[in-house]
Design a protein around this ligand. Structure first.
Ligand code: ZN
Length: 266
């Protein structure tokens, strides 16, 4: 099965109230109910307002969002962005396969050419004529821009513009996106992106540390230090010199986890 573009009808799901900005408040709560914190962006250039901290300030609380809106001038048009990498309601971590069709790049064509499958999941049309496919990953994935030509992965540290930002439409019925529509990420995506690296170790509390025999090189004395952070992410350091990517690629736990999660047995 190779990539085929979504065929279901596009529905411009959103609420219908009159005040710019304030109309987003019910949606902040709605996206929050899926486990997706949101923050305001300019709906034209799709950037966070000057002086804000963008996705770092994303929230599921309408009152906090109302405060974020005060950063906009009254004349700005406001869109909505959802932060990736957070834990979804019902389990898994949000990750988006972002397929662009612009500037000579064609993400869907790239996937077809490489015969990489894309399973059905919650999907949006994007302003560029591309697609956002939103998945649940068993572990937090890193953001990889330009993973392949026209193919970005938005995980930890990443975000996507979402409806009702102009040009973004979920392919759903009038009930809007639901958690049930968000399917497990494909195994190739998990293996391509491996785990999120912690961004700030100083803030990690409750980390556990152990030294084990490294599975990535011919190790006799335990030389792989595994730091398990409070949120479950793991940090690897091999004193034998293996790189992070080498260690992750042969991580028996990760391989077992992804096989279990995706039901792909190889
Ligand atoms: Zn090693």
């Amino acid at each position: 099965m190779t990539y085929s573009e979504p065929t279901t009808n596009s529905c411009s799901w959103s609420t219908n109230t009159s005040m710019p900005g304030a109309r987003l408040l019910p949606l902040v709560e709605f996206y929050g109910s899926l486990g997706l914190p949101t923050f305001p962006i300019h709906s034209g250039p799709r950037v966070p307002p000057r002086g804000s901290h963008g996705h770092l300030e994303a929230t599921t609380d309408p009152d906090e969002f109302r405060y974020l809106l005060t950063r906009f001038s009254p004349y700005s048009t406001v869109g909505l962005a959802a932060r990736m990498g957070d834990e979804l309601v019902g389990g898994g971590y949000a990750v988006t396969l972002d397929l662009d069709v612009k500037n000579g790049k064609d993400g869907p064509a790239t996937l077809r050419h490489r015969e990489l499958p894309v399973s059905d999941t919650l999907t949006a049309d994007t302003r560029s004529g591309g697609f956002h496919h939103l998945y649940a990953s068993p572990v937090p994935l890193r953001t990889h821009n330009n993973l392949l030509s026209g193919v970005d992965v938005k995980g930890a540290g990443g975000w996507i513009a979402v409806a009702p930002t102009p040009g973004y439409h979920w392919r759903v019925d009038s009930d809007g996106p639901t958690r049930e529509l968000i399917q497990p990420a494909m195994r190739w995506l998990l293996m391509a992106c491996d785990r999120a690296r912690p961004t700030n170790r100083a803030h990690d509390t409750g980390a556990r540390r152990e030294l084990v025999v490294c599975w990535a090189h011919n190790d006799t004395n335990p030389s792989l230090q595994i730091t398990t952070l409070a949120d479950g992410r793991k940090l690897y350091h091999c004193f034998g010199g293996c790189t992070y990517d080498q260690i992750v690629a042969s991580d028996p736990e990760l391989i077992e986890l992804t096989e279990l999660y995706t039901g792909e047995g190889q």
